[in-house]
Design a protein around this ligand. Structure first.
Ligand code: FMN
Length: 211
């Protein structure tokens, strides 16, 4: 496939050119074979500059009602991981002042997992009668899933990490979040260290009904 990556019309022309069945099978396979990787199973190397550009192009293709761009990602480079480690340690100690040095060390170590660590942030911005905050979070979720699928398509491993440190004021301060910005999760990408078992997917009866 040869197209200008940033030209959505060129991408559409490619989509038209691809035989329907082959295209659809490829997409089904990509989606069905994606796994979430635990941070400890995501190692070096991370995406190179070209791959990183493609990951963000995938994110930018997410549905976005009103084109509000209600989210952003902040990369945590290697030389800032110690500051993230400090946030994890401090937020643990805020919750549990009696946490053992080993637990604090484990919390710190999480900041050093994975070659690419990004914070995914929902931006609520100006209230809009048409576009609720829920819609904005859905847009972020779609951006994250696009990014994870693109990473998987490149043979990279991706995963998400939530947790209580995301609700800590230390994290808000480190990332300089505005009052209408909400950290949702970390997005992690790198190279698979081993295999992740597949998760049983719910059957459609579990989540589809008819009005
Ligand atoms: C926003 C978000 C944050 C998540 N954070 C964690 C996490 O911190 N730890 C974890 O084990 N799973 C977490 N998960 C779940 C995994 O990412 C994953 O979806 C789940 O394990 C199912 O695996 P699968 O994606 O391979 O089906 C999170 C999921 C979402 C949507």
């Amino acid at each position: 496939m040869n197209r200008e990556r940033d030209d959505p019309d060129a991408a559409l022309a490619d989509a038209d050119a691809v035989g329907d069945a082959a295209w659809s099978e490829l997409v089904d396979t990509l989606i069905a074979s994606r796994r979430s990787f635990a941070p400890r199973r995501i190692g070096d190397p991370g995406p190179d500059a070209d791959q990183l550009g493609r990951l963000f192009a995938a994110a930018a293709a997410a549905p976005d009602h009103g084109q509000l761009l209600p989210w952003r990602f902040v990369i945590v480079p290697a030389d800032k991981r110690e500051r993230l480690a400090e946030v994890f340690a401090q937020s643990l100690l805020d919750r549990d002042p009696a946490a053992s040095p080993q637990d604090v060390q484990l919390a710190r170590a999480k900041a050093h997992n994975c070659p690419l660590v990004m914070l995914a942030i929902a931006r609520f911005g100006e209230p809009d009668a048409e576009v609720s905050n829920l819609e904005r979070v859905v847009s972020l979720g779609a951006a994250i899933q696009n990014l994870l699928l693109a990473a998987h398509g490149m043979g990279l491993a991706g995963g998400l990490a939530g947790g209580r440190a995301l609700r800590s004021h230390h994290l808000r301060e480190l990332f300089g979040l505005a009052s209408d910005e909400h950290p949702v999760c970390f997005v992690l990408v790198g190279t698979a260290l081993g295999r992740e078992p597949s998760r049983p997917r719910p059957t459609r009866d579990a989540f589809v009904s008819e009005l």
